[in-house]
Ligand binder design. Structure first.
Ligand SMILES: [Zn+2]
Length: 398
């Protein structure tokens, strides 16, 4: 597979004090312990996702993720500020499902929005309920049919007259669709935060459960077990602590958005479940072959295509005073908050991306923890710190 970029003439002004080292990630183990390991993992998974998809699909069908990270501008820059990093001058695929880097960036941005919305809802005196909907599935259920069934059943259920009383109290809803995979097939489910004007009673919860079971059966799937098909919890920070402890962060929005943080599990010799990204992580051991892992990844790619992961009901953001931000704008550092910038000419970055991508990953992981000089040692480039003039930045900030 050829990941080479088309060459473009460099329009950048010559950079001074350029110091390109040839050190690689593995040359500098002493720092790697403190760099953020999740970033390196995401780079590795993105690389493999690109390879698997390129290898399996004809070139005309290659998705945008194949080009994610490619240089776009004459200058490419890694930007850092207080535990945050962003890139300018490169392509972002914005695939929340298949690109671990874009997914983390977008999910983190959406997580903050949800947290903001949740806080605002408390000021309005609303209640918030965290509700999870699942559908029964087996190894023979394709992701297309279980995910399609989940989405259609949800739409159908909303029209049921038995839920009139419930929905009359609903001011808005945030839905987050999530997909896990395991020995019993793909497990799509939907987490929702229902914001309501008043409390939801036992009767309404039980109507919700029956309505869900009915809608799922209508979609041709097996009848969900009423105790697990729908799980309702009041979303006070204390009340949902069981959910949140899974990801060890006491924030209501994390369960909704950060499926990329969850870890795979293997029970016994044949039972396992994990996040789809774990399929491409060689450090996550699973009792299936590499070929099976790639096959599942392709099914996941096909099945999640075009499905929106996180959605707010119409008008809810306005009611809660939360602004609209496009996926591609999330996570971008603004020029005035940038503390440090490591930049490369297009061709130089291109070579690194092709031959030493994990040096770039390591640089980003070091930038995340404020080790700017060490990042430069690993990946070269020109380093500009905040006490140096940054006004001549040629690349666009993303
Ligand atoms: Zn991407």
């Amino acid at each position: 597979m050829n990941l080479a970029l088309t060459s473009g003439a460099s329009e950048a002004a010559p950079l001074v004090n350029r110091k390109v080292t040839t050190q690689t990630q593995s040359d500098d183990q002493s720092n790697s312990k403190e760099a953020d390991p999740r970033i390196i993992r995401r780079w590795k998974i993105r690389r493999l996702s690109q390879r698997v998809l390129c290898g399996a699909l004809p070139e005309t069908e290659w998705p945008r993720i194949v080009r994610c990270g490619w240089s776009m501008n004459a200058l490419v820059a890694l930007l850092g500020s207080k535990g945050k990093t962003s890139w300018s001058g490169i392509e972002h695929c914005n695939s929340i499902w298949c690109c671990p880097l874009c997914s983390a960036r977008i999910r983190e941005g959406r997580r903050s929005e949800i947290q903001e919305g949740f806080e605002a809802s408390k000021n309005l005196g609303w209640k918030a309920y965290f509700v999870t909907f699942t559908v029964p599935h087996s190894i023979s259920t394709s992701l297309g049919s279980s995910l399609g069934g989940l989405r259609e059943a949800y739409k159908k259920m909303r029209r049921y007259s038995s839920l009139k009383s419930f929905f009359s109290k609903v001011e808005g809803v945030i839905t987050s669709t999530e997909i896990q995979v395991g020995s019993s097939g793909f497990h799509p489910h939907r987490h929702c935060i229902f914001f309501t004007s008043s409390e939801i009673g036992e009767e309404e919860v039980s109507s919700l459960k029956s309505a869900w079971a009915k809608a799922v059966v209508k979609e041709g799937l097996a009848k969900p077990n009423e105790s697990v098909g729908v799980v309702v919890k009041e979303a006070t920070t204390a009340g949902i602590s069981n959910y949140l402890s899974k990801v060890q962060e006491n924030k209501v929005s994390l369960e909704m958005t950060r499926s990329d943080l969850k870890q795979g599990r293997v029970n016994g010799k044949t039972e396992w479940h994990c996040s789809p990204f774990d399929l491409l992580d060689s450090e996550v051991e699973l009792p299936i072959s590499v070929e099976q892992r790639y096959k599942l990844w392709l099914e996941y790619y096909e099945g999640s295509k075009g499905v929106s992961a996180i959605r707010w009901s119409r008008g809810l953001k306005k009611k809660l005073g939360v602004g609209e931000v496009a996926d591609e704008e999330l996570g971008a550092l603004s020029p005035n908050e940038v503390e440090a910038e490591l930049r490369w000419l297009k061709e130089e970055y291109r070579q690194l991306f092709k031959k030493q991508p994990f040096a770039l990953a390591q640089a980003q992981a070091l930038f995340k923890v404020g080790k700017y000089e060490e990042a430069q040692k690993v990946a070269g480039g020109e380093l500009l710190l905040n006490n140096e003039p940054l006004a001549k930045r040629n690349a666009t900030t993303d």
